[in-house]
Design a protein around this ligand. Structure first.
Ligand SMILES: C[S@@+](CC[C@H](N)C(=O)[O-])C[C@H]1O[C@@H](n2cnc3c(N)ncnc32)[C@H](O)[C@@H]1O
Length: 414
């Protein structure tokens, strides 16, 4: 009977039970049965089918609402760069439309609002929709009162400026609170935001990893539908591999995992969006507001990768070629290029991270974990390797190892 509830959770919210572990689902179900005073799982199933409220509560007990302000700060630095160097020059009178899904308790969409204000945009120049399936999370998001747990890392420049602090709690200022429009919806529903105008930027981070493979695929089509041609999609590190062989092409930047939606007639093989070499995503809180993020003067360049030429060049190009091959979905070729690169550069952690991602895309999680371990061995503070491994461990239900890795990442960011 428990498997019926698991199957229902899968069809209702796309949840892959393996991603959080059977134990976690079982304990959520038994806890709800105890709370409702129900002894038989069949009776609980009947209750679930009669009660949309019970569904909401069960969903709340199986979701993972973990989030914090400016999570992966490079994404927000890159958003600002994109808006100032690309979007604004093209649409000086426009309104930038941004979607944050899932938004959990609001830290992500509010970080987007703050980043856009810091970029110098006025509130009239952007519109942010933020969506989550959890009504409880959305209530918390709308209250916008946070504790220390929502603030991690060193770059807390925004805390003083955008929050009032009282009794160890942080109250987001109304001027930012009013900039986000919260919506309760289910991304696993094929009709998700079906009548909505397209967005210039979509943040869809740390949800695809919890979806079963059919829902992942369906969601990628939904994201393609919701994003304007040339628009930006941000995903989390562990989700990047899912975008291979899609209409999205990776934006090359060391840490932000950003993708651009190509138009239907652009050729995936020929177009690789490369950000300028002098782009620097580091956030420097010492600088005055407008200069805090360091951005290049020149605009983006688009470079078609020339395999034969590049392969004869420096070894680093082999790694770039491996990334290009991986982005095109040529996974065997990516592995070959990575191995060629590693023949000359045995100590390169980045190459092992890429090999890990490719193995994950090929469905070999054990091999992927070994490569991430190898990268961490070579470079113990490699944040992307630690993050990939933590998410992989979570996916495999190994919460203890995942938590140890999260703690390590957290310590690195402090
Ligand atoms: C780990 S949080 C991600 C928050 C934020 N994007 C981030 O990266 O920090 C995952 C959120 O996904 C939401 N969620 C789970 N399934 C969903 C679905 N089918 N549709 C919309 N939201 C969903 C959960 O309620 C939870 O708040």
């Amino acid at each position: 009977m428990q498997s019926v509830i698991e199957a229902l959770l899968k069809s209702k919210i796309g949840l892959d039970v393996n991603s959080i572990g059977y134990g976690a689902i079982a304990s959520a179900i038994y806890q709800r049965m105890a709370d409702c005073g129900i002894k038989q799982i069949s009776s609980y199933l009947a209750h679930l089918q009669d009660s949309p409220q019970e569904w909401d509560i069960l969903i709340d007990s199986v979701i993972v609402p973990e989030t914090w302000f400016f999570r992966e700060p490079e994404s927000f630095a890159f958003l600002k760069h994109y808006v100032l160097s690309e979007w604004l020059p093209k649409k000086p009178q426009g309104v930038l439309r941004v979607l944050s899904v899932p938004c959990a308790t609001g830290e992500e969409p509010y970080s987007i609002a703050i980043a856009l204000l810091e970029a110098g945009l006025t509130s009239a120049q952007f519109h942010i929709d933020a969506v989550d399936i959890s009504k409880q999370c959305l209530l918390k998001a709308q209250r916008a009162i946070y504790d220390n747990y929502s603030f991690r890392g060193n770059h807390l420049f925004f805390q003083e400026r955008y929050f009032e602090s009282r009794n160890s709690r942080y109250y987001l200022r109304k001027s930012v609170k009013n900039l986000v429009n919260f919506i309760n919806a289910n991304l696993a529903n094929p009709h998700f935001l079906v009548n909505t105008q397209v967005y210039d930027v979509v943040f869809c981070r740390n949800l695809l990893i919890y979806f079963d493979s059919a829902t992942k695929e369906q969601t990628i089509h939904i994201l393609e539908r919701l994003l304007i041609e040339g628009g930006l999609l941000f995903v989390a590190h562990a989700e990047a591999a899912l975008l291979m062989k899609t209409q999205f092409v990776s934006v090359r930047q060391s840490s932000a995992i950003a993708y651009k939606k190509l138009s239907n007639h652009q050729n995936l093989v020929e177009k690789t969006y490369t950000i300028p070499s002098n782009y620097k995503s580091t956030f420097d809180p010492q600088l005055p507001t407008q200069n805090r993020y360091q951005f290049p003067i020149e605009n983006k360049v688009e470079v078609p990768p020339q395999k034969s030429e590049a392969a004869n060049n420096l070894n680093t190009d082999l790694l770039e070629l491996a990334k290009t091959a991986a982005n095109r979905g040529c996974l065997d070729e990516a592995v070959q290029l990575c191995n060629d690169y590693l023949n000359q550069n045995q100590m390169n952690a980045e190459a092992y991270v890429l090999l890990g991602q490719v193995q994950q895309a090929m469905g070999d999680n054990e091999q992927a974990a070994q490569y991430f371990h190898k990268a961490i061995y070579l470079q113990p503070s490699h944040e992307a390797a630690l993050t990939h491994l933590a998410l992989l461990k979570e996916q495999q239900g190994d919460r203890i190892s995942a938590n140890l890795l999260w703690q390590r990442i957290y310590r690195l960011q402090r």
